[in-house]
Design a protein around this ligand. Structure first.
Ligand code: SAH
Length: 221
Protein backbone atom coordinates (compact mmCIF):
# COMPACT_ATOMS: atom_id res chain seq x y z
CA UNK A 1 0.00 0.00 0.00
CA UNK A 2 1.35 3.37 -1.01
CA UNK A 3 -0.17 6.63 0.21
CA UNK A 4 0.05 9.80 -1.85
CA UNK A 5 -0.30 12.90 0.33
CA UNK A 6 -1.09 15.78 -1.99
CA UNK A 7 -0.55 19.31 -0.68
CA UNK A 8 -2.61 21.67 -2.81
CA UNK A 9 -4.85 24.73 -2.59
CA UNK A 10 -7.31 22.93 -4.92
CA UNK A 11 -8.07 19.56 -3.29
CA UNK A 12 -11.48 19.44 -5.02
CA UNK A 13 -9.85 19.34 -8.43
CA UNK A 14 -8.74 15.73 -7.87
CA UNK A 15 -11.83 13.78 -6.88
CA UNK A 16 -13.52 12.99 -10.18
CA UNK A 17 -10.37 11.80 -11.94
CA UNK A 18 -9.33 9.72 -8.95
CA UNK A 19 -12.64 7.85 -9.12
CA UNK A 20 -12.12 6.63 -12.68
CA UNK A 21 -10.97 3.24 -13.91
CA UNK A 22 -7.56 2.04 -12.77
CA UNK A 23 -7.13 4.57 -9.95
CA UNK A 24 -10.66 4.10 -8.65
CA UNK A 25 -10.18 0.35 -8.50
CA UNK A 26 -6.72 0.63 -6.92
CA UNK A 27 -8.17 2.68 -4.06
CA UNK A 28 -11.10 0.31 -3.57
CA UNK A 29 -8.64 -2.59 -3.41
CA UNK A 30 -6.59 -0.61 -0.88
CA UNK A 31 -3.48 -0.82 -3.03
CA UNK A 32 -3.11 2.95 -3.03
CA UNK A 33 -4.51 5.77 -0.96
CA UNK A 34 -4.75 9.45 -1.84
CA UNK A 35 -4.74 11.88 1.05
CA UNK A 36 -5.71 15.37 -0.18
CA UNK A 37 -4.39 18.08 2.12
CA UNK A 38 -5.50 21.69 1.73
CA UNK A 39 -2.52 24.03 2.15
CA UNK A 40 -4.92 26.78 3.22
CA UNK A 41 -5.78 24.91 6.39
CA UNK A 42 -2.19 25.60 7.54
CA UNK A 43 -2.41 29.33 6.93
CA UNK A 44 -1.80 31.48 9.99
CA UNK A 45 -4.71 33.85 9.36
CA UNK A 46 -8.46 33.48 9.13
CA UNK A 47 -8.56 34.37 5.47
CA UNK A 48 -6.38 31.42 4.63
CA UNK A 49 -3.56 33.42 3.06
CA UNK A 50 -0.91 31.19 1.49
CA UNK A 51 0.87 33.69 -0.79
CA UNK A 52 2.71 36.98 -0.57
CA UNK A 53 4.59 39.47 -2.74
CA UNK A 54 8.00 38.46 -4.08
CA UNK A 55 11.14 39.90 -2.50
CA UNK A 56 12.99 41.98 -5.04
CA UNK A 57 9.79 42.84 -6.89
CA UNK A 58 8.39 41.32 -10.04
CA UNK A 59 4.96 40.20 -11.15
CA UNK A 60 2.56 37.92 -9.32
CA UNK A 61 2.52 36.31 -5.93
CA UNK A 62 4.70 33.65 -4.34
CA UNK A 63 3.55 30.78 -2.14
CA UNK A 64 4.78 31.17 1.39
CA UNK A 65 6.97 28.59 3.12
CA UNK A 66 5.10 28.47 6.48
CA UNK A 67 1.84 26.74 5.46
CA UNK A 68 3.70 24.19 3.32
CA UNK A 69 6.26 23.55 6.05
CA UNK A 70 3.50 23.01 8.60
CA UNK A 71 1.53 20.81 6.19
CA UNK A 72 4.50 18.55 5.51
CA UNK A 73 5.28 18.34 9.24
CA UNK A 74 1.70 17.38 10.07
CA UNK A 75 1.63 14.70 7.35
CA UNK A 76 4.96 13.30 8.59
CA UNK A 77 3.76 13.12 12.17
CA UNK A 78 0.57 11.34 11.08
CA UNK A 79 2.71 8.83 9.15
CA UNK A 80 4.99 8.33 12.14
CA UNK A 81 2.07 7.46 14.37
CA UNK A 82 0.94 4.75 11.99
CA UNK A 83 4.31 3.29 11.00
CA UNK A 84 7.90 4.31 10.72
CA UNK A 85 8.52 7.58 8.97
CA UNK A 86 11.00 5.69 6.82
CA UNK A 87 9.89 5.18 3.31
CA UNK A 88 8.65 8.73 2.85
CA UNK A 89 9.71 10.97 -0.01
CA UNK A 90 8.82 14.64 -0.43
CA UNK A 91 8.42 15.70 -4.05
CA UNK A 92 8.02 19.28 -5.18
CA UNK A 93 6.64 20.10 -8.61
CA UNK A 94 8.66 22.76 -10.35
CA UNK A 95 9.55 23.86 -13.86
CA UNK A 96 13.21 23.56 -12.76
CA UNK A 97 12.87 19.95 -11.59
CA UNK A 98 14.14 16.77 -13.18
CA UNK A 99 11.82 15.68 -16.02
CA UNK A 100 9.60 12.78 -14.95
CA UNK A 101 10.30 9.45 -16.63
CA UNK A 102 9.44 5.78 -16.17
CA UNK A 103 12.59 5.03 -14.11
CA UNK A 104 11.57 7.73 -11.63
CA UNK A 105 7.98 6.49 -11.39
CA UNK A 106 9.31 2.97 -10.72
CA UNK A 107 11.65 4.29 -8.02
CA UNK A 108 8.83 6.29 -6.41
CA UNK A 109 6.63 3.18 -6.30
CA UNK A 110 8.98 1.65 -3.69
CA UNK A 111 8.07 4.26 -1.06
CA UNK A 112 5.25 3.80 1.42
CA UNK A 113 4.42 7.50 1.44
CA UNK A 114 4.88 10.17 -1.19
CA UNK A 115 4.25 13.77 -0.22
CA UNK A 116 3.49 15.77 -3.39
CA UNK A 117 3.66 19.55 -3.16
CA UNK A 118 1.69 21.47 -5.79
CA UNK A 119 2.70 25.05 -6.47
CA UNK A 120 0.49 27.83 -7.85
CA UNK A 121 0.91 31.51 -8.75
CA UNK A 122 4.51 32.44 -9.63
CA UNK A 123 5.81 29.43 -7.77
CA UNK A 124 6.90 28.54 -4.24
CA UNK A 125 9.41 30.21 -1.92
CA UNK A 126 12.69 28.52 -2.91
CA UNK A 127 13.40 27.43 0.68
CA UNK A 128 10.79 24.70 0.21
CA UNK A 129 12.94 23.24 -2.56
CA UNK A 130 16.13 23.72 -0.50
CA UNK A 131 15.02 22.44 2.90
CA UNK A 132 11.61 20.73 2.78
CA UNK A 133 11.54 18.70 -0.44
CA UNK A 134 13.75 15.71 -1.18
CA UNK A 135 13.56 16.26 -4.91
CA UNK A 136 12.11 18.55 -7.55
CA UNK A 137 10.19 17.06 -10.44
CA UNK A 138 9.06 18.64 -13.69
CA UNK A 139 6.47 17.26 -16.07
CA UNK A 140 8.34 18.69 -19.02
CA UNK A 141 9.62 21.81 -20.64
CA UNK A 142 6.45 23.91 -20.59
CA UNK A 143 4.62 25.91 -17.93
CA UNK A 144 1.40 24.81 -16.23
CA UNK A 145 -0.68 26.98 -13.92
CA UNK A 146 -0.20 24.65 -11.00
CA UNK A 147 1.27 21.35 -9.81
CA UNK A 148 -2.13 19.59 -9.59
CA UNK A 149 -1.98 17.96 -13.03
CA UNK A 150 1.61 16.92 -12.31
CA UNK A 151 0.45 15.27 -9.08
CA UNK A 152 -2.28 13.33 -10.90
CA UNK A 153 0.27 12.18 -13.47
CA UNK A 154 2.62 10.97 -10.72
CA UNK A 155 -0.20 9.20 -8.84
CA UNK A 156 -1.27 7.34 -11.99
CA UNK A 157 2.18 6.54 -13.37
CA UNK A 158 3.44 5.35 -9.94
CA UNK A 159 0.29 3.36 -9.14
CA UNK A 160 0.71 1.35 -12.35
CA UNK A 161 3.91 -0.16 -10.87
CA UNK A 162 2.12 -1.49 -7.78
CA UNK A 163 1.35 -5.20 -8.14
CA UNK A 164 -2.38 -5.78 -8.54
CA UNK A 165 -3.21 -2.29 -9.76
CA UNK A 166 -3.36 -3.23 -13.41
CA UNK A 167 -5.99 -5.66 -14.59
CA UNK A 168 -5.51 -8.34 -17.22
CA UNK A 169 -5.89 -5.96 -20.14
CA UNK A 170 -3.80 -3.08 -18.87
CA UNK A 171 -0.95 -5.35 -17.84
CA UNK A 172 -0.84 -6.76 -21.35
CA UNK A 173 -0.28 -3.20 -22.40
CA UNK A 174 2.89 -2.97 -20.35
CA UNK A 175 4.29 -6.23 -21.63
CA UNK A 176 3.77 -5.32 -25.22
CA UNK A 177 5.88 -2.23 -24.70
CA UNK A 178 5.18 0.38 -27.25
CA UNK A 179 4.20 -0.43 -30.81
CA UNK A 180 1.33 0.81 -32.96
CA UNK A 181 -1.92 -1.11 -32.54
CA UNK A 182 -4.91 -1.74 -34.83
CA UNK A 183 -8.38 -3.18 -34.40
CA UNK A 184 -11.37 -3.83 -36.68
CA UNK A 185 -12.20 -2.88 -39.36
CA UNK A 186 -9.21 -4.13 -41.29
CA UNK A 187 -9.88 -1.48 -43.94
CA UNK A 188 -11.37 1.86 -42.99
CA UNK A 189 -12.68 4.22 -45.66
CA UNK A 190 -11.85 7.78 -44.63
CA UNK A 191 -11.75 11.12 -46.33
CA UNK A 192 -8.60 13.18 -46.74
CA UNK A 193 -8.52 16.89 -45.96
CA UNK A 194 -9.36 17.51 -49.60
CA UNK A 195 -12.46 15.32 -49.43
CA UNK A 196 -11.00 12.40 -51.38
CA UNK A 197 -12.06 8.91 -50.27
CA UNK A 198 -9.22 6.62 -49.24
CA UNK A 199 -8.76 3.14 -47.83
CA UNK A 200 -6.74 3.14 -44.64
CA UNK A 201 -5.40 -0.36 -44.16
CA UNK A 202 -4.15 -2.48 -41.31
CA UNK A 203 -0.59 -3.68 -42.07
CA UNK A 204 -0.91 -7.04 -43.80
CA UNK A 205 1.58 -8.74 -41.46
CA UNK A 206 -0.78 -8.17 -38.52
CA UNK A 207 -3.78 -9.77 -40.20
CA UNK A 208 -1.73 -12.64 -41.64
CA UNK A 209 -2.15 -14.75 -38.49
CA UNK A 210 1.53 -15.61 -38.93
CA UNK A 211 3.21 -15.31 -35.52
CA UNK A 212 6.76 -14.82 -36.75
CA UNK A 213 5.66 -12.16 -39.24
CA UNK A 214 3.69 -10.33 -36.57
CA UNK A 215 6.64 -10.41 -34.17
CA UNK A 216 8.99 -9.12 -36.85
CA UNK A 217 6.61 -6.33 -37.83
CA UNK A 218 6.33 -5.18 -34.23
CA UNK A 219 10.08 -5.31 -33.67
CA UNK A 220 11.01 -3.51 -36.87
CA UNK A 221 9.51 -0.24 -35.59
N1 SAH B 1 7.22 31.28 -13.06
C1 SAH B 1 7.19 29.98 -12.52
C2 SAH B 1 5.91 29.29 -12.95
C3 SAH B 1 5.18 28.77 -11.81
S1 SAH B 1 3.78 27.88 -12.31
C4 SAH B 1 8.38 29.18 -12.98
O1 SAH B 1 8.95 29.50 -14.01
O2 SAH B 1 8.74 28.20 -12.33
C5 SAH B 1 3.09 27.47 -10.77
C6 SAH B 1 3.36 26.08 -10.28
O3 SAH B 1 2.91 25.15 -11.23
C7 SAH B 1 4.80 25.73 -10.03
O4 SAH B 1 5.22 26.15 -8.76
C8 SAH B 1 4.78 24.21 -10.14
O5 SAH B 1 4.41 23.61 -8.92
C9 SAH B 1 3.69 23.98 -11.16
N2 SAH B 1 4.21 23.72 -12.51
C10 SAH B 1 4.12 24.54 -13.58
N3 SAH B 1 4.70 23.98 -14.65
C11 SAH B 1 5.17 22.77 -14.27
C12 SAH B 1 5.86 21.72 -14.92
N4 SAH B 1 6.23 21.78 -16.19
N5 SAH B 1 6.17 20.63 -14.20
C13 SAH B 1 5.82 20.54 -12.90
N6 SAH B 1 5.17 21.50 -12.22
C14 SAH B 1 4.83 22.60 -12.89
Amino acid sequence: MITFHVLTIFPDAFSSYLKTSVLGRAQKKKLIKVDLVDIRSFSSDRRGTVDDRPYGGGPGMVMKIEPIYKGVAQIKSRIKKKSRRQGTRVILFSTRGKPLNQDMTRRFSKYQNLILICGRYEGIDERVADYVADEEVSLGNYVLSGGELAALVVVEAVARHIPGVLGKYESLEEIKGSYPVYTRPEVFWGKTGKGKKQSWRTPSALVSGHHRKIKEWRKQL
